[in-house]
Design a protein around this ligand. Structure first.
Ligand code: ADP
Ligand code: MG
Length: 696
C-alpha cells in the first residue's frame, strides 16, 4: 500500500467518524485511515436480490424489506434475552427472533423499516416460518432504497455496526486519491495483477465475485511478496561469511554432559546434533529449524548446542514461549550444569518486575558473568545486552514471529548461530516458504521405551466412568490433567453449552475428587499464581490439574499418566496431539480420553483419527483435509507478522509465486534501490522492525 501521507491521518478525518466511533474503531485496532482501508472484510454476502416475504422458503437465507411491529422481549431461565418482532410487507408477514442481543431493544422501534438478512426456519411452536438466524439488519429511512450487491462483512464488535463500518469505508474511498503503484510494472504484468488502487477499492465493494477474486489475489500477493523480500534480506544479510562465528570442535563440556545424561541419544538425536555441530563450526551462521514430534527429545540438542557455544567462549540464549516452560528448562539445566561450573541465569517476568533484580541480571549478562540465559521474550527487550552472544535457541518457534527472531539477532555485533525447535508438524511447502530463511532437520524417532498413549474417544454420557477411572489412576500414585476449551462462561458460549474450566474444576473438586488435591490453571491468572499452581503439580502436591490449553506446549511432568480433554471436538487435531504429548513421559502406561458430545460426522472422524495414530505429521495432514487450511493452525502460529489478507495455507500458490518473484527481485535489485521504496510500505504495514532489518 502506498505510503501516502494522508493515509497516516487519524481515522477521525473520515466523514462520519466522530470521537465516539473512533473509540469503537480503536477496539478493532483502527487508528488511521490506512488501518481502516486495510480492515478487510471477513466475508461477503451476496445481496443482489430481495425476496418477498410471501415467497420465503424454509432453509433459505434471504434478504427482505419490511416494517416491524409487535416488538417483545423475554428472559429465559438461564438468563438469555430473546427478542421477537413481526416483519410485514405487502405479501405477508414473518416472525423475527434475536437471541441475547438485549441492546437492540433501544434501537428497534415499532413501525421502522428494516432490511433483514436471515435464514428461514420452520418454528414448530407457532407452526410458521420464522427468521431466527438473523445475520444482520439495516434500518432504512421511510423512502430509502435498500442497497443491493455484494456486501462486505467486517470483523467487528457490538460497539460498532456493519453499517457504520461500511459507510466509513465508503466515505474514505470517495475522498481518497488514487493509490500509487508500489510494484514494478513488469512484475504486475508478469503476474497478471490488477492495479493496487483498483484492488484496494474492490476488496471492500466488488462489482462481482470475479473482481473480488482478482482484488484479493493482488493484495495477498503484495503482502506475501513484501514479507518474502524481508525474509530474503534476512537470509542474505546473515549469509555474509565474515559475520558468522566458527565454533570450536566439541570439547570436554559437551562430552561431560553426554556422560551425565541419564540416557543415550537416539539415532536421530545423534544425527541432528552432528548436523548442528557442523553448522556451528562452519563460518556461515547457522539457521536451522529442528522439527520433532512432542517428546522426541529436542531439548537435549539445545542443551548440547548451548554447551558447545559456552566452551567456545560465548554465551547462549534459550528462548521459551511461556514463563512456565522457561523456568522448567532453567531447573533442568541448572540441575545438570551447575556441577560442570556453568553459570545459568533465568530472565523471567518475575525477575523483571523487580528493578533491582533486573538490573543485576542485565549487568551479569553484559559482563559475561552468565554463560547460558534462559527466558521468555523478555530476552529480547530493550536493555538486554549480551557480552558475547554465540547461539540463540528458540523453543516452539511457531509462537515467535520471524520479527522477534530477527530482533534477537541484532543484539550482537556479529551474527550468532540460531537454532529453532518446533513440534508443530508444518507441511513441507510451508517450511520452504514461511520459514524461507531456515534449513530443516527432522527428529522422527522417539526415545526408546515410550509406550504409545492409549487414546479413546468417549461420549459425554460416559463422563462419570471416565473420572472414576482417573481416580483409580490417582489412587495408584499417578497424576492427571483435565483440559477444557474455555476459562469462564461468556454469553455466546452459553448457547453452545460448553462447560468452562472453572465449572469443571468446581464439579470435580467438590465431587468425585473431593478428597484429592486439585489445581486450576488458566491463561488469565497472574504469572506468579500460574507458576505456583504448576510448581505444586510438578512436585506432586496436587494430583489433578484442570487447565485450559496453557499446558499445551512442552510442560513435562513424567508422573502424569492420564489426560482427559473435555469438549474435544473444539480442538484441532494438531493441538490435541500437542496436548496428548503431556502424558506418556514416564514409565507408567498412559491414557488420553477425549470427551465429546458432538454428533457431527466430521468431528467424529477427527476424533477417531486421534485414536488410530500417534504420528503428529499424519494428523496434521488429516486435519488439513478435514477442516481446511484456515482452521489448521491458530492464526498466531505461523510466526509471520499478522497477515491482513493472505492465508499461508489457502494461498500456497500465491505464496510460491510471491516467493519466486521476491527472490528474483532482490537479486536483480543488488543495491536495494527499488527496495528502499518498498521498505516504507513494510514499515507502514509491520512497524519499524522490518524496516530496521532491511536497513543495513
Ligand atoms: P520435546 O522434543 O517435546 O521437547 P523433550 O526434550 O522435553 O521433548 O524430551 C521428552 C522427554 O524425553 C524428557 O523427559 C527427556 O528427558 C526424555 N529424553 C530425551 N531424549 C531421550 C533419550 N535419548 N532417551 C531417553 N529419554 C530421552
Ligand atoms: Mg520441548
Amino acid at each position: 500500500m502506498s505510503f501516502k501521507f494522508e493515509l497516516t491521518d487519524e481515522v477521525t478525518y473520515v466523514k462520519g467518524v466522530g470521537p465516539r466511533r473512533a473509540a469503537a474503531l480503536e477496539k478493532l485496532n483502527i487508528f488511521t485511515k490506512y488501518d481502516l482501508l486495510t480492515h478487510y472484510p471477513r466475508t461477503y454476502e451476496n445481496h443482489s436480490s430481495l425476496t418477498k416475504i410471501g415467497k420465503i422458503l424454509e432453509g433459505e437465507t434471504v434478504l427482505v424489506v419490511g416494517r416491524i411491529s409487535n416488538i417483545t422481549s423475554r428472559e429465559t431461565s438461564n438468563r438469555l434475552t430473546i427478542i421477537n418482532a413481526t416483519l410485514v410487507d405487502e405479501t405477508g408477514y414473518i416472525q423475527l427472533t434475536w437471541f441475547n442481543q438485549k441492546y437492540l431493544l433501544t434501537k428497534l422501534v415499532n413501525g421502522m423499516r428494516l432490511l433483514v438478512i436471515g435464514k428461514a426456519k420452520f418454528d414448530s411452536w407457532s407452526g410458521r416460518l420464522s427468521l431466527n438466524q438473523i445475520q444482520s439488519f439495516t434500518i432504512l429511512e421511510p423512502d430509502e432504497e435498500p442497497e443491493l450487491g455484494i456486501m462486505p462483512i467486517y470483523p467487528s464488535t457490538a460497539a460498532i455496526s456493519q453499517q457504520v463500518l461500511r459507510t466509513a469505508v465508503k466515505n474514505l474511498l470517495a475522498t481518497m486519491p488514487p493509490l500509487k503503484e508500489i510494484l514494478p510494472q513488469e512484475l504486475i504484468e508478469e503476474q497478471n495483477l490488477i492495479s493496487l488502487d483498483e484492488a484496494a477499492r474492490a476488496i471492500h465493494f466488488p462489482k462481482d465475485f470475479l473482481e473480488l477474486d482478482r482484488a484479493r489475489r493482488r493484495l495477498a500477493f503484495d503482502e506475501l511478496f513484501l514479507i518474502q523480500c524481508g525474509l530474503m534480506l534476512i537470509k542474505r544479510q546473515t549469509q555474509d561469511e565474515r559475520l558468522g562465528i566458527s565454533h570450536k570442535k566439541n570439547g570436554a563440556l559437551v562430552k561431560a554432559a553426554l556422560e551425565k545424561l541419564p540416557f543415550d541419544l537416539t539415532g536421530d538425536q545423534k544425527k541432528v546434533f552432528k548436523t548442528v555441530t557442523k553448522d556451528m563450526e562452519s563460518k556461515l551462521p547457522m539457521r536451522r529449524l529442528i522439527q520433532g514430534d512432542v517428546g522426541s527429545g529436542k531439548t537435549v540438542i539445545a542443551l548440547l548446542a548451548l554447551l558447545k557455544t559456552v566452551e567456545s567462549g560465548y554465551q547462549g540464549a534459550f528462548m521459551a514461549p511461556t514463563e512456565i516452560l522457561a523456568s522448567q528448562h532453567y531447573e533442568k539445566f541448572s540441575a545438570l550444569l551447575t556441577d560442570l561450573g556453568i553459570r545459568v541465569g533465568l530472565l523471567s517476568a518475575k525477575i523483571t518486575r523487580s528493578k533491582k533484580l533486573k538490573e543485576d541480571l542485565y549487568q551479569k549478562i553484559s559482563a559475561h558473568e552468565l554463560d547460558i540465559i534462559i527466558g521468555t521474550h523478555a530476552l529480547i527487550q530493550e536493555g538486554v545486552q549480551f557480552a558475547k552472544l554465540g547461539l540463540v535457541v528458540t523453543d516452539e518457534q511457531h509462537r515467535f514471529g520471524v520479527m522477534q527472531r530477527a530482533t534477537l539477532e541484532k543484539k550482537s555485533d556479529f551474527v550468532p548461530d540460531m537454532l529453532v525447535m518446533t513440534a508443530t508438524p508444518i507441511p513441507r511447502t510451508m517450511t520452504l516458504t514461511v520459514y524461507g530463511d531456515l534449513d530443516v532437520s527432522l527428529i522422527k524417532e522417539l526415545p526408546p521405551g515410550r509406550k504409545p498413549i492409549k487414546t479413546e474417544s468417549k461420549s459425554i454420557r460416559s463422563r462419570k466412568k471416565v473420572y472414576e477411572f482417573v481416580r483409580t489412576e490417582i489412587l495408584a500414585g499417578r497424576q492427571a490433567y483435565v483440559v477444557c476449551p474455555l476459562i469462564e462462561r461468556s454469553e455466546s458460549e452459553m448457547l453452545a453449552n460448553i462447560e468452562p474450566a472453572e465449572e469443571i474444576f468446581d464439579m470435580l473438586s467438590n465431587g468425585i475428587f473431593r478428597y484429592i488435591p486439585c489445581g486450576l490453571l488458566h491463561g488469565k491468572m497472574k504469572p506468579r499464581d500460574k507458576e505456583d499452581i504448576m510448581e505444586k503439580f510438578h512436585s506432586g502436591e496436587t494430583k489433578l490439574l484442570v487447565s485450559t490449553t496453557v499446558i499445551e506446549v512442552g510442560v513435562d511432568v513424567p508422573n502424569a499418566s492420564v489426560m482427559v480433554v473435555e469438549h474435544a471436538e473444539r480442538f484441532g487435531l494438531a493441538q490435541l496431539h500437542q496436548l496428548r504429548g503431556r502424558v506418556g513421559r514416564g514409565a507408567a502406561k498412559s491414557y488420553c480420553i477425549l470427551i465429546s458430545d458432538s454428533k457431527a460426522n466430521v468431528a467424529k472422524a477427527r476424533l477417531e483419527t486421534m485414536e488410530a495414530t500417534n504420528d503428529g505429521f499424519k494428523l496434521a495432514e488429516v486435519d488439513l483435509k478435514l477442516r481446511g487450511p484456515g482452521q489448521f493452525f491458530g492464526e498466531a502460529q505461523h510466526g509471520l507478522p499478522d497477515l491482513k489478507i493472505a492465508d499461508v495455507f489457502r494461498d500456497v500458490e500465491i505464496l510460491i509465486q510471491a516467493r519466486d518473484a521476491a527472490e528474483k527481485f532482490i537479486t536483480d535489485d543488488e543495491n536495494l534501490n527499488y527496495f528502499a521504496g518498498l521498505r516504507e510500505n513494510l514499515a507502514l504495514a509491520y512497524g519499524d522492525k522490518f524496516g530496521q532489518i532491511t536497513a543495513n
